[in-house]
Design a protein around this ligand. Structure first.
Ligand SMILES: NC(=O)c1ccc[n+]([C@@H]2O[C@H](COP(=O)([O-])OP(=O)(O)OC[C@H]3O[C@@H](n4cnc5c(N)ncnc54)[C@H](O)[C@@H]3O)[C@@H](O)[C@H]2O)c1
Length: 221
């Protein structure tokens, strides 16, 4: 098989900083490598501090700035403390990747189990988006929320809370887009919200015409 072009030849993220949650293991760790290959500085966030240290050590060969942050993302307070720590150095790119996928039969799911899945998979991403948008309102940025096919086609048994969390996360993408539009609107004109049947993300309706495009430099993926 033909060798693939190194990522650094296809895209440069030099001078950009990416914050990736759940980056001590799995997909988050793999993404950290790919961002590093493209030259991005990194803020790695996970509850697993030892894993984070290992990843940071492995990435040292890229000679980038790599910060590590032990954060329990199911705690809103710990998320707020993280963004305090990042004051003045907010990332250009936020990747909400941390997630859990525990199994339980639908009839056995109780409140504690359901809340645990929601706190990490759904609520943490929402709080992270709020902080990111507040911090980068004028500069713009990119938010990537890692979803799942389970959001659209729940097919694995015992994963009802997971599917629901990812379904909610799918919708949060649209809503946080709306947050960006709304914030932008607030300074420009009074925003009247109405039924949005057009499928366009959070554009204003009513007496004030909405812009055709989002504020410059913002993207929620
Ligand atoms: N692996 C798959 O097949 C698959 C498929 C579809 C979607 N996804 C999604 O991709 C994302 C990553 O999945 P993965 O397979 O790499 O998972 P993983 O279990 O390998 O890694 C998840 C990481 O999140 C961290 N984490 C978990 N709870 C945390 C918390 N409370 N605070 C901070 N960090 C926490 C873990 O420590 C771990 O490092 C998840 O959102 C998952 O839902 C995975």
């Amino acid at each position: 098989m033909k060798d693939l072009e190194p990522l650094s030849k296809l895209i440069s993220l030099k001078g950009k900083k990416a914050l990736i949650t759940g980056s001590a293991l799995g997909i988050g760790k793999a993404m950290a490598y790919r961002f590093a290959e493209a030259g991005a500085d990194l803020e790695l966030v996970d509850i697993n501090e030892r894993g984070l240290r290992t990843v940071a050590e492995e990435l040292s060969k890229f000679k980038l700035e790599v910060g590590i942050h032990k954060v329990n993302l199911s705690s809103k307070e710990e998320i707020a403390a993280l963004w305090e720590e990042l004051k003045g150095k907010a990332p250009d790119i936020l990747v909400n990747n941390a997630g859990i996928y525990p199994f339980k039969g639908f009839l056995e799911v109780d409140d504690a189990f359901f809340s645990k899945v929601m706190d990490i998979n759904l609520k943490s991403a929402l709080w992270m988006c709020q902080h990111m948008i507040r911090r980068r309102l004028k500069k713009g940025g990119v938010i990537i929320n890692i979803g799942s096919i389970e959001a659209l086609i729940p097919f694995v048994e015992g994963m009802a809370p997971y599917s629901i969390s990812k379904g909610g996360s799918h919708r949060s993408d649209q809503v946080s887009g709306q947050g960006i539009w709304e914030s932008w609107f607030q300074s420009k004109c009074h925003h009247t919200r109405g039924n949005n049947n057009s499928g366009n993300k959070g554009r204003g309706q009513g007496s004030h015409p909405a812009p055709a495009e989002p504020p410059e430099n913002w993207s929620v993926v």
